[in-house]
Design a protein around this ligand. Structure first.
Ligand SMILES: [Zn+2]
Length: 138
C-alpha cells in the first residue's frame, strides 16, 4: 500500500537532519512507502528508523514496511510554538498508534478537532524544498 501525497506550497520550517542511514527512509517516502527498522535479535520495531536497536542495543536491524495506518491516541493544538514554527500556528500534533504497534508523534492534519481513536493514515507532505509526513483522518 502506498501513501497519499499532499502538496504544501511553502518551505519546511525545520527540515529534518538527513544522515546516510536515514536516506533510505526519505527515498521510500518519495515513492509513497513508509518504512522503519526492526531488530533481528529481539524482533522489536523502532520509529524513527535507527541503525541499532534501542531495546537490546543490537546492530542487526532490517528495514521493514509499515502500513501507514493507525489510530489517533491523543492530539493537541499548538498555539505557543517554537520560533521556527511561529508562521504555522495554530497547528495540530497527534500521537498515533500505528497498526504495527508503534506509537509516534506527528503533525495531524484536520480542519476540525478529530475524535480520539479514529482511524488515521500517514500522508506524504510535498513541500517546495522536500518531504515530511503527517497523519490525517481516514
Ligand atoms: Zn533488539
Amino acid at each position: 500500500m502506498t501513501l497519499a501525497f499532499q502538496t504544501i506550497n511553502r518551505l519546511r520550517a525545520f527540515p529534518p537532519r538527513m544522515t546516510e542511514f536515514t536516506q533510505r527512509f526519505w527515498r521510500g517516502l518519495a515513492t509513497g512507502h513508509f518504512e522503519t527498522t526492526r531488530c533481528d535479535d529481539c524482533g522489536r520495531l523502532t520509529f524513527p528508523p535507527k541503525p541499532f536497536c534501542p531495546h537490546c542495543w543490537s546492530h542487526k536491524i532490517a528495514w521493514v514496511p509499515l502500513s501507514g495506518r493507525g489510530k489517533l491516541y491523543s492530539q493537541t493544538v499548538v498555539h505557543a510554538a517554537p520560533a521556527v514554527f511561529q508562521d504555522e500556528v495554530p497547528y495540530r500534533v497527534g500521537i498515533v498508534d500505528l497498526d504495527e504497534g508503534l506509537r509516534i508523534a506527528t503533525r495531524m492534519l484536520a480542519d476540525v478537532e478529530p475524535k480520539l481513536d479514529i482511524a488515521v493514515e500517514i500522508v506524504v507532505l510535498n513541500y517546495r524544498d522536500g518531504l515530511l509526513f503527517a497523519a490525517r483522518p481516514l
